[in-house]
Design a protein around this ligand. Structure first.
Ligand code: KG4
Ligand code: ZN
Length: 358
């Protein structure tokens, strides 16, 4: 099959199990979402304040088939109606990825449907095309989640270049760790956003690590350490205090503002250097309202077409996997049944799913 042979409508089942969401969705032509079913394991991992790989993969195993079934029922389709099955192949916890891959391969074999392996981070990068199929190009894409924080230049579907990435913690990880220090619940991003409401972002002076004038990379580990020393000065032997009331509100607000400030500053730098027409955001942190406001108000970024996808497409979901899967299918990037799980992400560049092996 070649790219030019595949022009007809496609119905792609997208399966996602790379972290703590078990998800399946059916997307038509890369952007019409016929169903989108997500089961979050947050309650399961809350007591550990982070995702436990073995617990996550066991839960995926229990849920994946009912969730695929639900996605088909919601879309009023049967497996025979599908054009292809797209599945997250990388990056992620290998035990978790294997559950999705096993389900996709079983369906592929049983119903004689082609299978497409999808890079999860690239699926976040491509969320703009799911939310706005006419997104003008070139565009910038920010992926900010618990595991990744990076800026990409998107030249076309399947043709992206990573301009900068985090050198230590991801933005979501910084929010999760900051929330932990503040005595807030997991996941930290929404907890901090909630606690920050009505707070004063300048009440506490927290650092913005920008790594030199030209860098598009990120570093968030210093922010977390600064919060720690604000709560409990270095050398202080007293137990760690848990802030409450106005102090908690202002600390959460200042911490959120510092995180958002760095994301916006780096995106502005990228937009000043690359003549782009649009900016799209993806990953769990893209749900943050303060980030969305700051992008809209920014003197440079606010002039671009801002693609701020609906909340359900920012956090992990099967629709983004199906959407990028549609492009990969249309360009003939069908994977063999030996398609294997890979823990690490692709660096960008032109995607060629056929060559993706360990
Ligand atoms: O993309 P995602 O659901 O999972 C991966 O990490 O791949 O992102 C989860 C991250 C967590 O760190 C969580 O704290 C953060 O996204 N997050 C938020 C918000 N909702 C989720 N961060 C800021 N504001 C939010 N509203
Ligand atoms: Zn993700």
């Amino acid at each position: 099959m070649t790219a030019t042979e595949i022009n007809a409508t496609d119905l792609i089942l997208g399966i996602e199990t790379s972290c703590d969401e078990t998800a399946a969705a059916i997307v038509e032509d890369g952007h019409v979402v016929r169903s989108n079913v997500v089961h979050s394991q947050i309650e399961l991992h809350k007591r550990w304040r982070g995702v436990v790989p073995e617990v996550a993969s066991r839960s995926h195993t229990e849920r994946i088939l009912p969730i695929v079934d639900q996605a088909l029922t919601d879309a009023a389709l049967t497996p025979d109606d599908l054009t292809a099955i797209a599945v997250t192949q990388r990056p992620g916890m290998v035990g978790c990825l294997l559950v999705g891959l096993a389900a996709a391969k079983a369906l592929s074999f049983r119903f004689a449907k082609p299978i497409v392996g999808v890079d999860h981070v690239q699926a976040h990068v491509h969320t703009g095309f799911l939310a706005d199929p006419d997104m003008p190009l070139p565009a910038l894409a920010l992926v900010a989640s618990g595991g990744h924080t990076a800026i990409y230049l998107v030249r076309a579907r399947g043709d992206t270049e990573r301009l900068g990435t985090t050198r230590d913690d991801a933005a979501g990880e910084a929010l999760d760790k900051g929330a932990n220090l503040l005595g807030l619940t997991y996941p930290g991003g929404p907890a901090i956003e909630n606690a920050a409401k009505g707070g004063n972002p300048r009440a506490f002076d927290l650092p913005r690590t920008l790594l030199g004038r030209d860098s598009l990379d990120f570093s968030f580990s210093g922010l977390k350490t600064a919060l720690l020393y604000t709560l409990k000065p270095q050398g202080d032997r007293a137990p760690m205090p848990t802030p409450t009331g106005d102090t908690l509100r202002d600390l959460a607000c200042a911490y959120q503002e510092a995180t958002v400030d760095v994301l916006v500053t780096k995106l502005r730098r990228a937009a000043e250097r690359h003549p782009v027409k649009a900016l799209c955001i993806g990953g769990g942190v893209a749900r943050n309202q303060r980030l969305r406001e700051r992008l809209q108000d920014d003197r440079v970024l606010g002039t671009l077409r801002l693609v701020l996808p609906p909340m359900e497409f920012c956090a992990d979901n099967g629709a983004m996997i199906a959407s990028l899967g549609s492009h990969l299918y249309r360009t003939g990037q069908i994977a063999p049944l030996e398609l294997d799980a890979v823990a690490t992400a692709q660096a960008g560049g032109k995607i060629d799913a056929r060559r993706r092996r360990r």
